[in-house]
Design a binder for this molecule. Structure first.
Ligand code: FMN
Length: 511
């Protein structure tokens, strides 16, 4: 049997990395700060190619950019270094520096579990107006590119994606990777989920930016893993490619030169690294080995839609264009940060509605017919003016929330979010849940990657929409089965993929 079709692997990984009240209390894991990994990948032997600084904003309102990012932009813009610099900065660059007694903490454009920043971005391009064809790494620490290979290797990605048309025409392709240890240091085997969570938040920003600049962009999860990893010179036991994002659509690709092995020195991340075999097993089990498998993977049928509403419906009332805040996407990304505390104040139904309308389609090779999402949004409303407190499911087609259970659930929300105060204090908690069985049937084990990534991209959009509305937000982790139980019977059989809390930020009280 093709490895990707042996679905036991996903269930084993998913079950084995669930959080529960018990699992957290029985864990002996501790954080060895002496061995904390570096949050950057650094190639000390390669010359930096500085990216242009002082980037003028597009000025496109964030909410408009988010709405536009649900479809592939139609523009024909050829990315140049200045535009690439903008896209890289606002998706994965350093946007905030906070000084502490022990030093300085650098925060980035997109949220990331534990601020461990294990996701890297690579660029594969043909000749651009001011950058020669090559394979590059984006060095976040000094905002520079470094050339790993010289020459036009895009053809290798066309081959790896079985001739995906967006790749075949793209002048530039970005690739996200994760170095597992940089996240598993804290989160152990659960870090494989975070590969998709933390690249999803980056992609939410990137897609909003490409929409603002009208650069065609797609998210591709179907590719021959081994070929992409080899092109980037990754050691697949430690670091793997997760998604490809072709940018632009006016530059047909030729055949790539031979892909010779790369042996480039990188700065050690920490004194020693711990291997988590469950991560590697899940990655291997969801890998695609050759072009024919990729082509078949991409072409398969759609999963079933969300059941029609049967409970009481509350129509959403998004702010209209005149009422909605117009802060630009760049301003919003620059001020984004995860709320560390929420005030127990209500948000308006208009704010919740506008935030929820940022959840939308993704131009991707896993897009379902009719734009149907793989994840459903379930919500605990703690304090929203005009909505009874309770649990809901979001019906995007109806533009409405279906009430599942009315009641005050602040305590339950806190418990589901790993007993933290944030989800209890938030005005609303949005849980993305996916029915994994049909998704795995459709996509094989790779469906797990796709379902996590889709949830995280929409979670990242919720973050941005909340900040555009002058609210705060934070991603949160959760007790998996308790989340399903809480929203059942409606959510029976579904799995929690991602959680975002939103509300009015409050100052964190000292101590
Ligand atoms: C998927 C996800 C889960 C997160 N889970 C938690 C959490 O359980 N508790 C928490 O306090 N922060 C959580 N965070 C917030 C991160 O700690 C935060 O993004 C990181 O420290 C970087 O800071 P920034 O978002 O302010 O830039 C989460 C973030 C993401 C993206």
């Amino acid at each position: 049997m093709e490895t990707n079709r042996d679905l036991e692997a996903t269930w084993e990984y998913h079950e084995g990395t669930k959080h529960s009240f018990q699992s957290l209390r029985s864990s002996r894991h501790f954080l060895d700060f002496e061995n904390k990994p570096l949050p950057f990948k650094i190639y000390p032997g390669l010359e930096p190619i500085p990216l242009p600084q002082g980037l003028e904003p597009s000025g496109v309102p964030a909410l408009e950019a988010l709405a536009a990012s649900a479809a592939e932009p139609k523009g024909e813009r050829l990315p140049d270094l200045k535009l690439l610099a903008r896209l890289l900065h606002y998706s994965a660059g350093i946007t905030k520096r906070i000084r502490y007694s022990q030093g300085e903490m650098l925060f980035r454009a997109a949220s990331c579990t534990g601020a461990l920043y294990h996701i890297d971005l690579y660029l594969v391009c043909g000749d651009l107006p001011d950058l020669e064809a090559g394979v590059y790494h984006f060095g976040v620490h000094d905002f520079a590119l470094r050339q790993l290979r010289r020459g036009d290797f895009r053809g290798e990605l066309v081959r790896a994606t079985a001739g995906e048309s967006a790749v075949a025409l793209a002048p530039a392709i970005l690739i996200c990777s994760s170095t597992f240890w940089r996240n598993s240091w804290k989160y152990q085997a659960r870090a494989y989920r975070h590969c998709f969570w933390d690249s999803g938040t980056i992609l939410a920003n990137l897609l909003a930016m490409t929409a603002a600049h009208r650069v065609p962009a797609r998210v591709l999860c179907g590719f021959v893993d081994g070929w992409v990893n080899r092109l980037l010179g990754l050691e697949p036991q430690r670091e793997v490619a997760l998604a490809l994002i072709p940018l632009g659509r006016d530059s047909p690709t030729g055949q790539a030169p031979d892909v010779e092995p790369l042996a480039l020195e990188t700065t050690p991340l920490s004194r020693s690294e711990v291997d988590y075999p469950a991560i590697r097993a899940m990655h291997e089990a969801s890998s695609l080995a050759e072009e024919t498998v990729v082509a078949a993977w991409r072409g398969a049928a759609s999963v079933a839609p969300l059941a029609s509403p049967s409970g009481r419906l509350f129509p959403l009332r998004p702010l209209n264009d005149r009422e909605a805040p117009h802060d630009s996407i760049e301003e919003v990304i620059s001020r984004r940060g995860s709320s560390r505390r929420f005030a127990r104040q209500p948000i308006s139904l208009e704010q919740l509605s506008t935030a929820l309308s940022s959840i939308g389609g993704i131009a991707a090779d896993f897009t379902q017919s009719g734009g149907r999402l793989l994840n459903d949004a379930y919500i605990i409303v703690n304090a929203v003016e005009g909505l009874p407190c309770g649990s809901y499911v979001y019906h995007p087609d109806e533009g409405a929330l279906e009430l599942l259970r009315e009641g005050e659930f602040r305590d339950e929300a806190g418990d589901l979010g790993l007993e933290q105060a944030l989800p209890a204090d938030a005005s609303a908690n949005v849980f993305f849940l996916a029915d994994l069985a049909p998704i795995l049937e459709r996509f094989g084990n790779r469906g797990y990657r796709v379902a996590q990534l889709e949830a995280a991209i929409n979670g990242g959009r919720l973050y941005l929409a909340s900040y555009a509305l002058g609210l705060g937000a934070t991603g949160l982790t959760f007790y998996d089965d308790d989340v399903t139980d809480f929203f059942s019977p409606h959510a029976e059989g579904k799995s929690a993929m991602f959680l975002v809390a939103l509300g009015h930020p409050a100052r964190k009280t000292p101590g």
